[in-house]
Ligand binder design. Structure first.
Ligand code: GDP
Length: 295
């Protein structure tokens, strides 16, 4: 995860770590390298620039030039700023409501169906919840099938309506079904498309209005970097979602999405997906991720 970024940041900070004394010139050089590492990780130029400016201000404010171990202090400042960049505090999901309704949004292939299953499994095992999964992709029967396979795998009921082409109706019926059958969490998996389009946005927005979810999650493939951020913005403009799920962090992802999304949409990353299996889900902790990045 973020190997290239870790390596480059380590290299950038290493120069300072080795020096007993540092000066404004090598701080500036270090920060230039830090900025380059962020840009290589596909972090937006403005965000990278702002990041290094903040680090510089903090470093100067803390008298990094005269402190006993300036290298370590710089590492700490960079780590703190990375944590802030990724959202600062850990933010959980809202499990209020009776039942709790969780709506998944995102492009096709982002990992919505897989994550719906993972979240159902997570809530079932960790929080002893009775979960109902809902298949709303009325365009691709294969998608409903996939959800059914996932449901069987984790022992969670899947609600679908064969032949019904109206996802709003299906979602509403599913909530009624949940109430009648003692389920206290309803996870609605929706149809995605390969790119943002008006039809998809109208549909998800209609479902959103009809079910008034306690939690709307935007699922995005972290491998898509800057595109992930642009897609997040498009979905947030329509849904004003509550949180982000970054999937495929087990792959060779550069880190740009994780580092930029919070600044752009001002919504926390709540979960990450780290594999195809049902247990490959983690609550996102910005501080732990920053620790991991800086080793
Ligand atoms: P959807 O179209 O948004 O519902 O996406 P899917 O859930 O079908 O996922 C698309 C592909 O990505 C599938 O092959 C999944 O197995 C895979 N996938 C989903 N999440 C992850 C993840 O966290 N890591 C990896 N490596 N693959 C994932």
């Amino acid at each position: 995860m973020f190997n290239n970024l870790s390596e480059k940041l380590d290299q950038a900070l290493h120069t300072l770590k080795g020096h007993g004394k540092i000066n404004e010139v090598n701080v500036a050089e270090t920060l230039k390298e830090v900025r380059r590492a962020l840009l290589d990780a596909d972090v937006n130029f403005k965000i990278a620039k702002q990041f290094t400016n903040t680090v510089k201000d903090k470093a100067m404010g803390q008298d990094v030039l005269t402190t006993l171990n300036p290298g370590q202090l710089m590492v700490k400042i960079v780590k703190d700023e990375l944590t802030e960049l990724m959202g600062g505090d850990t933010v959980g999901i809202n499990l209020g409501g009776s039942p709790t309704v969780i709506l998944m949004s995102g492009l096709q292939g982002s990992g919505k169906t897989t994550f719906s299953g993972k979240l159902a499994n997570f809530l079932k095992t960790k929080k002893t919840k009775q979960v109902l999964l809902v298949g709303c992709d009325v365009y691709r029967p294969a998608a409903i099938n996939q959800l059914q396979v996932v449901g069987e795998q984790i022992g969670v009921e899947v609600y679908a309506e064969e032949g019904n082409q109206n996802p709003v109706e299906i979602s509403q019926n599913a909530i009624k079904h949940a109430k009648a059958n003692g389920k206290n969490v309803v996870i609605i998996d929706t149809a995605g498309r390969l790119a943002v389009d008006e039809e998809m946005m109208t549909e998800i927005s209609n479902i959103h209005k009809a079910v008034n979810p306690n939690e709307t999650l935007f699922v995005v493939d972290s491998m898509t970097g800057q595109d992930a951020v642009n897609t997040a913005k498009a979905f947030n403009d329509v849904l004003n979602f509550d949180g982000v799920v970054l999937t495929k962090l087990d792959g060779d992802t550069r880190g740009g999405a994780a580092l930029s999304i919070k600044s752009v949409v001002n919504k926390p990353i709540k979960f990450i997906g780290t594999g195809e299996k049902m247990d490959a889900i983690d609550v996102f902790h910005p501080d732990r991720m920053a620790d991991r990045i800086l080793g």
